[in-house]
Design a binder for this molecule. Structure first.
Ligand SMILES: *Cc1c(COP(=O)(O)O)cnc(C)c1O
Length: 379
């Protein structure tokens, strides 16, 4: 089976992990701050909090922005369920903004319309979570302008998008958001096994993220009495154990060194698909002006759901791991129980009926790509 996504682990990665295993600290040692500093440098952010997953990082981000019971969070219906679940963990309500069918990201025109309506109804969201679908940034400049107008905070779910850029700045720089979240799950651009990070330029948010990541406990002498004794710590908030281990962070630091190489490889695969599948009758993904994708996913669209099913079946029979990203969150049984129904977000639903993810990852060979294209056009 040719997988739709896969990690790429080098000898250097193995050595980095082994070094930690032989060292004094498997967790809470120096490797996590080192990875955090490397992420700040790579993404032009001031602060990074590595976490056990992107889901944990999203949860902490919302708590840090003081989202809780009585608040509302909006995100895209076309995302992994974690984007919405994180809001529900806090006790907040979730709602969705329909996507633009060209970019698969939240539509800023729809966003503006919905915010104006919500303002009238006194039901504005506290936080918007725009998702960088497939690794391509949403129109963050427009989104930020609209959100500022209504005092809505922004957490970018850039789980797909480390290594991508928007208006010539790295995604993660938080130029248009309060916090940006990455995932380091093995199918993503770089991996730590499980893992994620929350990046911000605000030191107050950063302190809160780090406090909540580790039980809400602090040993900071500026916050607690220092003359009691070296053992002393205080719990100031109800936090979690959402820490990343040193083993994971060492892998992350090693992987990050190859980020540019990974993106170049993914870009070259996308280029080849763009050329070879130009006349296939499929709608191919586009990069809007100012957006450089990390090409986490390469999603084609068929004209209808029957063609999508046929293409999916043909690829799977040829042992090519086609996939569908994503089933709209509002159509999941759990979310249907919350009151959402078919028809609520028509663009997301049309997208879902016609989208297909074809393989893209650094381990694909030229032959693999040729074979995949042959099977796609062989109808
Ligand atoms: C993978 C993913 C997540 C969750 O990441 P984990 O690190 O597995 O928790 C959240 N949002 C999106 C868009 C994702 O693709």
């Amino acid at each position: 089976m040719i997988k739709y996504g896969s990690q790429s682990i080098s000898e250097e990665d193995l050595a980095a992990v082994l070094d930690v295993l032989k060292s004094d600290f498997l967790t809470q040692g120096p490797a996590v701050p080192k990875f955090e500093a490397a992420l700040n440098e790579a993404c032009f952010s001031k602060h990074t909090t590595c976490c056990s997953s992107a889901t944990a990082a999203l949860h902490l981000s919302l708590l840090t922005l003081e989202v809780g019971v009585g608040d509302i969070v909006w995100t895209s219906p076309i995302s992994f369920v974690a984007s919405a679940n994180a809001a529900l963990y806090t006790g907040a309500k979730i709602d969705f903004v329909d996507i633009n069918l060209n970019t698969f990201n939240i539509c800023e025109i729809e966003l503006e319309k919905r915010l104006k309506l919500a303002a009238k109804e006194g039901a504005l969201p506290k936080v918007l979570i725009p998702v960088h679908m497939c690794g391509a940034s949403p129109n963050m400049k427009a989104i930020k302008e609209i959100c500022d107008e209504f005092s809505v905070k922004i957490v970018e779910d850039a789980s797909h998008a480390i290594g991508a850029s928007y208006l010539d700045v790295a995604v993660g720089s938080c130029s248009y958001s309060d916090i940006t979240v990455f995932s380091f799950h093995p199918v993503k651009i770089i991996t730590t096994g499980e893992g994620g990070a929350a990046l911000t330029n605000c030191s107050v948010l950063d302190q809160k993220l780090k406090l909540l990541r580790s039980h809400g406990i602090t040993r900071d002498n500026s916050l607690i009495s220092s003359d009691i004794g070296g053992w002393y710590y205080e719990q100031h908030e109800l936090g979690f154990n959402y820490r990343m281990t040193d083993i994971q962070a060492a892998l992350g630091t090693s992987q990050l060194k190859k980020l540019d190489e990974f993106i170049v490889k993914r870009q070259s695969i996308a280029d080849r698909y763009n050329i070879t599948l130009k006349d296939s009758g499929l709608n191919l993904p586009i990069e809007p002006i100012g957006v450089e994708s990390s090409w986490h996913l390469y999603v084609v669209r068929t004209n209808d759901k029957y063609k999508r099913r046929k293409l999916y079946d043909r690829l799977i029979s040829a042992k090519i791991g086609a996939n569908v990203h994503y089933i709209p969150i509002h159509l999941q049984p759990y979310y249907q129980k919350l009151g959402y129904k078919l028809g609520d977000f028509p663009n997301a639903e049309l997208y879902y009926d016609t989208c297909l993810t074809i393989p893209i990852h650094p381990n694909l060979s030229e032959d693999d790509i040729g074979f995949i294209c042959d099977v796609i056009v062989s109808d």
